[in-house]
Write a protein that binds this ligand. Structure first.
Ligand code: SF4
Length: 144
């Protein structure tokens, strides 16, 4: 069975900044076809849950208190890629809008609930390394 890296919150793990999750309704269908490898770059990068929301701002990632968490986000991205390499994973399903996992959109870095075009740190890094990245709204493409 092909393995897919998936944002941990999409399989129901409570890794979101507010302690919740983003369980996808496609979980059972995905499990029929793929072996899922859940991963949360922010938690694995060393951040606690719950935590302050973070947003990308230029080359940094900052939380709503202004703390610079760039190193943790970069570490999470590198670990995600290492897992892909180690397990031969070529596809990732990542949560849209997240400063780590966003595939097409992220928040604008000003904590005013405004989204802009862009990618999360992990999504961008995985794509750069040749991993195909999908968001949760594109899962049906993987079920055909
Ligand atoms: S970093 Fe990614 S996997 Fe972790 S909670 Fe945020 S969106 Fe989900």
């Amino acid at each position: 069975m092909e393995k897919i890296l998936i944002s941990a919150c999409l399989v129901g793990e409570n890794t979101k900044y507010n302690g919740g999750n983003n369980l996808t309704p496609y979980l059972e269908q995905l499990l029929e076809k793929y072996e899922l490898v859940p991963f949360c770059p922010e938690v694995e990068g060393g951040l606690k849950t719950p935590r302050k929301p973070n947003e990308r701002l230029d080359s940094k990632v900052i939380d709503s208190d202004g703390r610079d968490n760039t190193a943790a986000f970069n570490k999470g991205a590198e670990l995600a890629y290492n897992i892909c390499l180690y397990l031969g994973i070529e596809i990732a399903i990542l949560k849209e809008g997240s400063p780590s996992c966003g595939v097409h959109e992220i928040y604008d870095g000003k904590f005013r609930n405004k989204k802009i075009k862009g990618m999360g740190v992990t999504a961008q890094y995985l794509k750069l390394k040749g991993i195909k990245v999908y968001n949760e709204n594109e899962i049906e493409e993987l079920l055909k």
